[in-house]
Design a protein around this ligand. Structure first.
Ligand code: IPD
Ligand code: CA
Ligand code: CA
Ligand code: CA
Length: 267
């Protein structure tokens, strides 16, 4: 019988996510008691986001004291070890969370020497732990993941994100959506970029695209999709994902046609 031996690194990341998820699930049960403030016109942050981020920071720091951080709410913390940095989104899908829509997650990635090498995305309500480490494959709980095998855009279901009010980029998005929706079987807007990428890794969606996205939304998901055999690039087909905030993910058959479609519509 094959026993799966998971790396110490992934154990640290998954342990932190599970621990932080406890307060998250409790807070989800009484959303009306949370303090909510606005960072922008439709960009919300709650006391739950802050609490989760604090637990993650403590747990990760305990295990790897010298590593730096890039976190959505707390910003950047330079560590003594300049080559390792955690990229953390305490709640990806805050709008869902605050509306009682159960699609939200915790996302943690590790960047080493500028390269994304591990990712954990935990959806606590479904107890879905997505995890991947460079060279070791992608998993959902114990199950190995593989991107979908669909070959035709017309059969595919894609996820995307709609830029919220105040973020800009609405016109190019509408052009992209117009071009994509005429060519695919369906488009979904689930409300969590991290889970969108986890779904591509799991073969639930055949692809995903979004612009105006932040490093913490996508860092963990990028590792997952690549380790599940998929392709992830920016809108130029390059690897400047965290810098440009543009992302297209898909299986090996669909990534190129999708890239062509979105690139020409975006311009
Ligand atoms: C948001 C979600 C959403 C995406 C937004 C993000 P948040 O993250 O990932 O799907 O469309 O661009 O800001 O604010 O819930 O962490
Ligand atoms: Ca946010
Ligand atoms: Ca996010
Ligand atoms: Ca967030």
């Amino acid at each position: 019988l094959a026993v799966m031996v998971r790396s110490a690194l992934l154990n640290v990341m998954m342990g932190a996510a599970r621990k932080a998820a406890r307060s998250l699930v409790r807070d989800y049960g009484e959303i009306e008691n949370l303090q909510v403030s606005r960072k922008g016109p439709s960009d919300f942050v709650s006391s739950a986001d802050i609490k989760v981020e604090k637990t993650l920071r403590q747990e990760l720091k305990k295990a790897r004291p010298a590593y730096g951080f890039l976190m959505e709410e707390g910003g950047e913390i330079i560590g003594d070890d300049r080559s390792n940095r955690w990229i953390v989104d305490p709640i990806d899908g805050t709008t869902n969370f605050l509306h009682g829509i159960p699609n939200f997650c915790i996302s943690i990635a590790l960047e080493r020497e500028g390269e994304l090498i591990a990712g954990v995305i935990y959806q606590p309500l479904g107890d879905e732990m997505f995890h991947a480490e460079k060279g070791a494959g992608a998993f959902l709980n114990e199950r190995r993941l593989r991107v979908s095998a669909r070959r035709k855009l017309e059969d595919s279901v894609l996820a995307t994100g709609i830029p919220f009010h105040g973020r800009g980029g609405h016109e190019p998005f509408l052009r992209e959506l117009g071009a994509v929706m005429k060519n695919v079987a369906g488009v979904r807007r689930f409300g969590s970029a991290a889970l969108d990428l986890a779904y591509v890794a799991a073969g639930r969606c055949d692809g995903y695209w979004e612009a105006g996205i932040k490093p913490w939304d996508i860092a963990a998901g990028i590792v997952l999709v690549r380790e599940a055999g998929g392709y992830v690039t920016d809108y130029e087909g390059g690897n400047k994902l965290l810098e440009t905030g543009e992302i297209i993910a898909g299986n090996d058959h669909l990534h190129q046609p999708l890239l062509r479609l979105i690139k020409s519509a975006h311009a």
